[in-house]
Unconditional design. Structure first.
Length: 98
């Protein structure tokens, strides 16, 4: 009986190890209700890969390029529940910030 218990304990430990998420893993894509919330996770914003910041000043180039996360936050017609348009100037980057 003890052996069975130890074996199942070892299995549980193994499962925990395998399913553990690395600390630096990217958060799963979601819609944020405003830029304050989005910038907590992506301090310089999220954009489509290859997007260029539309500004008269020095463009933000440090945004995270992630087409999926961007699509959750560009206000595209009903693609995602609870989605807001966080790219008001439509340059392909949501919540760009230096
Ligand atoms: Ca923008």
């Amino acid at each position: 009986m003890k052996k069975v218990f130890l074996a199942s304990l070892a299995t549980a430990a193994l499962l925990l190890t395998v399913s553990a998420v690395p600390a630096n893993a990217a958060p799963s894509p979601r819609s944020y209700k405003n830029c304050a919330e989005l910038n907590k996770v992506y301090p310089h914003g999220v954009g489509k890969s290859g997007a260029r910041d539309k500004t008269s000043g020095k463009p933000v180039t440090t945004f995270r390029a992630n087409n999926t996360v961007y699509s959750y936050n560009d206000g595209g017609a009903n693609r995602h529940t609870g989605e807001y348009d966080l790219d008001r100037d439509n340059d392909g980057i949501a919540c760009e910030k230096r």
